[in-house]
Ligand binder design. Structure first.
Ligand code: HEM
Length: 410
């Protein structure tokens, strides 16, 4: 595991683990030992098990204290006290507050803006007849979308694009660039939240931005502190950004390498239907989703997963990509079938940490893929799949570049 071949195609290794060592202790590249859970039923149980804490303080690995493991909590910034690093009752309170601001309705109202952003980005390369779909499309779309939703002014959004690029190492910046980018983003968000709080009107106006909604949200008279609001804005950006880049990137790649499925989708879009697009995006999440492993969990008590005893303090990584190809749960799991109906995949997680941004991710994924295939109908891969490079991070799965060509359009 964790070789270049594995980053390119981890699925054979996951199939082996599911069959022979479904809960397997392994040494990660950082040196930390963690349990990998690869079967669907075990994964679902572990994701919902309250004895598995999200708080990195429960991890007792000595390397943790030295800050070398890559476990998020060790970057002891106030931004790290966010939903993915906390347990009930704090998690329950914060999630309830953000859910009041980040409603499916707010996302639905945002559909025309996502369409406009998608069209603008395609306009920028449509005449060239070629593009790198990661850098020119999948990468900028989610960052502009989430900035707009949060209420980051347009003139500041390119700074976010740069910081975010550094954070996911698309920018390939100098060492230390990531920490500097996080610091800049933190400073910017704290300042923005402060300014918006000062200027908040008494009543919400139509289309009020999400940061104002977060400041306004209250639960039994309790509001988010400015620090909590900053941590929340940061996790919305962070959780909603690279994931969506990879949904669009991995999804487009899967369509371009499965011509029959792609033709079915194109025909159905041409007929003005949306059903196949909707089931299709769910299938792309199952088949090759953005989140390869769910974020860290740590045992707080002795527990058993899939017959394996796990000791307190042990880190557990649920391998969503393996669970979603489990033949015990999905018929023909290695086949891409855009019309798959029985498809309760774990691509958005499960339990109390289930993805808060799923409605936005679906909106962006569906809009991006439908618009690409409709506006550039002869889109094709401009590289041998064997030459494409996958990023091979621990949690996320995504392509570094996705070169394509097509007949130039106005
Ligand atoms: C949580 C996947 C897009 C915000 C999660 C989790 C997964 C996930 C697997 C649970 C992690 C765990 O339990 O360890 C995805 C995928 C996306 C996506 C595949 C895109 C295709 C978004 C977007 C946003 C977002 C667009 C927001 C703008 C969040 C937040 C959490 C979360 C805030 C933490 C929820 C909690 O702990 O209560 N996501 N996500 N995600 N996601 Fe997403």
């Amino acid at each position: 595991m964790f070789t270049w071949e594995f980053a390119t195609d981890p699925y054979p290794a996951y199939a082996w683990l599911r069959e022979h060592a479904p809960v397997h202790r392994t040494k990660l590249p950082s040196g930390v030992e963690a349990w990998l859970v690869t079967r669907y039923a075990d994964a679902k149980q572990a994701l919902a098990d309250q004895r598995l804490s999200k708080n990195p303080a429960h991890h007792d690995e000595p390397a943790h204290a030295k800050g070398k493991t890559g476990i998020p909590g060790e970057r002891k910034a106030e931004l790290m006290t966010h939903l993915l690093n906390i347990d009930p009752p704090d998690h329950t309170r914060l999630r309830r507050l953000v859910s009041k601001a980040f409603t499916p309705r707010r996302v639905a109202e945002f559909a025309s803006r996502v369409q406009e952003l998608t069209d603008d980005l395609i306009d920028r390369f449509a005449e060239k007849g070629e593009a790198d779909l990661i850098h020119e499309f999948a990468f900028p779309l989610p960052i502009y979308a989430i900035c707009d939703l949060l209420g980051v002014p347009r003139e500041d959004q390119d700074d976010f694009r740069d910081w975010a690029g550094m954070m996911i190492r698309h920018g390939g910046g100098p060492r230390g660039g990531v920490a500097r980018s996080v610091k800049k983003m933190r400073g910017y968000l704290a300042d923005l939240i402060h300014r918006k709080r000062e200027a908040l009107p008494a009543e919400p106006g139509p289309g009020e931005d999400l940061i104002s909604g977060l400041i306004r949200a209250s639960d039994h008279g309790e509001h988010l502190t400015e620090n909590e609001a900053a941590a929340m804005a940061f996790i919305l950006l962070f959780a909603g950004f690279e994931t969506t880049v990879n949904l669009i990137g991995n999804g487009t790649y899967a369509l371009l390498t499965h011509p029959e499925q792609r033709a079915r989708l194109q025909n159905s879009l041409a007929a003005g239907e949306t059903a196949l697009l909707e089931t299709g995006v769910e299938e792309l999440l199952r088949y090759d989703g953005p989140v390869e492993l769910a974020t860290w969990r740590f045992a707080t008590q002795p527990l058993t997963v899939g017959g394996q005893d796990i000791a307190p303090g042990d880190p557990v990584l649920v391998v969503l990509a393996a669970a979603d190809r489990d033949p015990a749960r999905f018929a023909d799991p290695d086949t891409l079938d855009l019309s798959r109906r029985d498809n309760q995949h774990l691509g958005y997680g499960h339990g109390i940490h289930y993805c808060l941004g799923a409605p936005l991710a679906r909106l962006e994924g569906q809009t991006a893929l439908a618009t690409l295939l409709t506006r550039l109908p002869d889109l094709r891969l401009a590289a041998d799949p064997a030459d494409l490079r996958w990023r091979g991070g621990l949690i996320m799965r995504g392509l570094r570049t996705l070169p394509v060509e097509f007949t130039p359009r106005q």
